[in-house]
Design a protein around this ligand. Structure first.
Ligand code: GRF
Length: 204
């Protein structure tokens, strides 16, 4: 049996979490998985540049071109690369219940708060940090969780806390949560889940 889990990273934007995964593979933090594919919902995502720079196959699959059959196209791409684990890293497209059920316990997501705080419909990107500052929390952070049919509702895998500073703006808080939490726990979660997949012998 192949000793490495094949990971597809789904992106829509800058790809700093993708970069953290790439760097973690190079540094040996990720041993049990390889990034086999990047799928972007946005043809202009800088994440695609990062994939190209690291010779990772990439595809752009967006509602604009494929409307109803977007998910069918994604599934076709995942199957052609024998993907075992799907990582949502700033992926802005909503996945259907059918899709999340088809890949149950094989899709993980990074969310920029300590779930169950500041999550669910409408909580993404800067909005999450604006809400944290509005509420006046002293600690926030990031969460990696399994993806199911409930937005940000799947089982929690890893979390990491980050202090909120007096003079934080949504932008400074977002940056620190990415640097100190997201970019650390997403690669760690990939390694943790991939080791389990290999142990269970459930590789595709
Ligand atoms: C990150 O803040 C992540 O928490 C959220 O979307 C952003 C993605 O950033 N899900 P990047 O594309 O990985 O730089």
């Amino acid at each position: 049996m192949n000793k490495s889990v094949k990971v597809a990273v789904l992106v829509s934007g800058g790809g700093t979490n993708l970069q953290a995964i790439i760097d973690a593979k190079k540094s040996g933090i990720i041993k049990s998985a390889d990034i086999a594919l990047v799928i972007s919902s946005n043809e202009n995502a800088y994440a695609l540049v990062r994939a190209k720079e690291n010779n990772i196959p990439a595809a752009v699959i967006s509602k604009k071109e494929f409307k109803t059959e977007t998910e069918a196209r994604i599934i076709k791409e995942l199957e052609s690369y024998n993907i075992d684990l799907i990582v949502l890293a700033g992926y802005m497209q909503i996945l259907s219940e059918g899709f999340t059920k088809r890949f149950r316990d094989r899709i993980i997501n990074i969310h920029p708060s300590l779930i169950p705080a500041f999550c669910g419909d409408g909580f993404y990107g800067l909005r999450v940090h604006e809400a944290a500052l509005e509420r006046g929390v002293k600690v926030t952070g990031a969460t990696v969780h399994f993806v199911n049919e409930i937005t940000d509702g799947g089982r929690i895998i890893l979390q990491k806390a980050v202090k909120v500073l007096e003079n934080d703006t949504p932008q400074t808080l977002q940056k620190r949560v990415m640097q100190l939490a997201e970019w650390k726990i997403l690669p760690q979660a990939i390694e943790k889940i991939s080791k389990n997949i290999l142990k269970e012998g459930k590789k595709g």
